[in-house]
Design a protein around this ligand. Structure first.
Ligand code: ZN
Length: 136
């Protein structure tokens, strides 16, 4: 004999699938200082679910400290590892990477020669840095 409770149980069982096939249905509780709008995904982390930007880990240029609500821990990530980003996260990273650029090359007098080969190479490296988030 089926009861109302059984019907509910059946429904729950029907939804249960391997976790990688389930879309994120809810956000786990986030620490209060995390901005929920600054989310991004990394394909091989937590089945592509949302993670959140935190700040500068002061390790490598362009490296970002982020929060994983699933493991409740911070981790380091670069732009090139991310797949999807919220619009606010994209702007946050754009500003962050501009601010993380190393100084342009200078000559012996401490001046920047904007026409030099070194300066052109620095500009090219900056363009690549803005795309990947990794300084080479
Ligand atoms: Zn995670």
């Amino acid at each position: 004999m089926r009861t109302r409770f059984d019907c509910g149980t059946q429904r729950l069982k029907a939804k249960r699938q391997p976790i990688r096939d389930e879309p994120p249905r809810f956000l786990m509780k986030l620490p209060e200082d995390i901005d929920k709008e600054l989310w991004f995904t990394v394909p091989d982390k937590c089945h592509g679910e949302k993670h959140y930007l935190l700040g500068n880990p002061h390790t490598f240029k362009g490296r970002i400290m982020a929060w994983c609500p699933h493991k409740e821990t911070s981790f380091f990530v670069s732009l090139k590892e991310m797949k999807e980003l919220s619009e606010p996260a994209r702007w946050w990273i754009t500003g962050y990477l501009r601010g993380n650029e190393p100084h342009p090359p200078i000559n012996g007098d401490g001046d920047t020669n904007f026409d030099s080969k070194e300066y052109k190479a620095w500009e090219k490296a900056c363009d690549e840095f803005h795309e990947s988030g990794v300084w080479k």
